[in-house]
Design a binder for this molecule. Sequence first.
Ligand code: SPD
Length: 343
Amino acid sequence: MKKWFSLVLCLALLCPALALAQETINVYNWGDYIDVEVLDQFEQETGIKVIYETFETNEDMYAKIAMGGSSYDVIFPSDYMIERMIQEDLVQKINWENIPNVANIDPRFLHEDYDPEAAYSVPYTWGTMGILYNKEMVEEAPNSWDTLMDETYTMDMLMLNSPRDTLAIALVMAGHDLNSVDPADLEDAKNLLIEQKPMVLAYVVDEVKDKMIGGEAAVALVWSGDATFCMSETDELDYVVPQEGSNIFYDSICIPANAKNVSGAEKFIDFMCRADIAAKNYEYVGYAIPNTAAIELLGAEEYNASPVNNPPQEVLDKCEVFRYLGEDTKLYDQIWTEIISEF
Ligand code: SPD
């Protein structure tokens, strides 16, 4: 009896200590950009607890990391932001030996201009920007960004609450390059967005999905993965990349320079590259994936049949990746503040 009592006492004393010693990783991702079941599965398989936080835009994520007060082990930046974070030593090189499932990633997604040596980023998803529209609420299927300046859609239009994305589309609407840093081009873009503002029902990020599925707006500027998700929920919606061209983006997984648990981060990244996990995650998130093995599992024929996640080459030819614009980024920030605070 005494023995049992001592054993129970020892366990009671040890348990909190064991709980304190549990390995953790801090993951910082976009909102609604991972299947929670995938996180649970990672915790069950590895015993590593995931402390998970979300952000809405690359700019929000960058500000938090650059300020230095936080410490994440895994982050999910996009192309131009990876380029910036590499230049500013905010991310560290990936030790590929610890990410064997990189073999599942289509090599054409590695060595992009933002990370030419494929040293810092592990491809996660990709997509385009376009117009999601409600077929019952528009007279004709849109094919031009001019739709987003059409008064017919006053208070029936949603725009992205994301400075780089929205300004880029305004630059294209004004006939300029979406990476332009010419102040005159940016002035044109700003004026278009100020003219458009009284027609905009709301500037949103993830809320766009519920609003479009619920028929609250006729047209919305969206990322293609969100279009795929919405179109899987209702037949009333369709997606187009307008004829003037658009942005193609690549979202990746990186390890911040000041990560505390690099080996935990590597295990997480490798897990996300596993074919079954990437396939399961795709079914939840809806964004196009660079994981060939996962696409095979999902059924390549069906996966490739979607023009939203697998656009024809002539569409891709008109799409451009965002570049990091150095000091000129400040001009974008100033203009966005002016637009948002106008009226
Ligand atoms: N739900 C969040 C989706 C994030 C998509 N990233 C798009 C990056 C565009 N530059």
